[in-house]
Design a protein around this ligand. Structure first.
Ligand SMILES: [Zn+2]
Length: 272
């Protein structure tokens, strides 16, 4: 067991939008696959009350509240009740922990657009806008945020970081769940690998008690798109490893509202 406790523990959550569970494996996503073997990698079924859209799914993941709590039912966050159900980055920031929010290309997560931001407070907030509307523009934004976040993780090692990558979901929307989608998932997996390497390269890594979560929000139809209750859409997934996560035990996340409690508990912060 690594040392744990409020002064030593750290957490990194990597959110990769719209990655189908059946895409994961040693061939396409070796970084995520190997990471999951140190803890768990498990399917997460989106509950019946939650529209299978990015807004409500990410809101549930980062607040630990369901739709009935946070009030977000679409990608327009207007009318949300996040003041009563703050995200885990905000909770950690208010508790005095150093935090990083690093978001690629989708404004309402980080900016006051479309009723956002989902994340109210962070010690450091980084948003990379896409420079063009094409998939290449999203891919470039994912690359830029990865480069930025790896530097911050390696150098400063904030107590809690959330890094968001969005290009896989866009590939699904533009081309369906075919070759381009798979290629983009491979690119996202390599970026996840670089973020993991940045943390593990820290000289004090072994003493810092890192809990790491990699999570998606929903799947995609074969022809691309989501929003319904098809199995390939409602089957999201989460992987996590860190102190107290036994690779021989059952997965500690099988519902989206279990991510935030796990992350805050890992930081020694009481849940509600
Ligand atoms: Zn999404």
């Amino acid at each position: 067991m690594l040392p744990s406790g409020p002064t030593l523990c750290h957490a990194l959550v990597i959110g990769v939008d719209g990655v189908r569970f059946d895409l994961l494996g040693q061939d396409t996503t070796p970084s995520i696959w190997t990471f999951g073997q140190a803890g768990f990698l498990a399917p997460v079924t989106i509950d019946e009350a939650t529209p299978t859209m990015s807004g409500p799914c990410w809101a549930t993941i980062v607040t630990g509240a369901g739709v009935a709590g946070h009030g977000i039912t679409s990608n327009d966050l207007t009318g949300h009740r996040l003041a009563d159900h703050p995200d885990f980055v905000t909770v950690a920031t208010r508790a005095g922990l150093s935090t990083l929010l690093a978001v690629s290309a989708w404004p309402p997560l980080a900016l006051p657009e479309d009723g956002g931001p989902l994340f109210a407070e962070a010690t450091r907030r980084e948003f990379v806008a896409r420079t063009e509307r094409s998939l290449a523009g999203w891919d470039a934004a994912d690359e830029a945020i990865t480069r930025l976040a790896t530097g911050i993780l390696a150098q400063d090692g904030p107590r809690l970081s959330f890094v968001y990558l969005g290009a896989v979901d866009i590939a699904g929307h533009l081309t369906g769940a075919g070759a381009a989608y798979r290629d983009q998932a491979r690119a996202a997996d390599q970026r996840v690998g670089r973020l993991l390497d940045a943390v593990r390269s820290r000289p004090s890594y072994e003493q810092e008690g890192w809990t790491i979560v990699v999570v998606t929000d929903h799947g995609h139809l074969d022809q691309g798109g989501h929003g319904g209750r098809e199995p390939e859409v409602v089957t999201a997934w989460a992987a996590a490893a860190g102190p107290g996560i036994d690779p021989r035990g059952p997965p500690l996340i099988t519902r989206q509202d279990q991510v935030a409690p796990l992350v805050l508990a890992a930081l020694g912060h009481p849940w509600r």
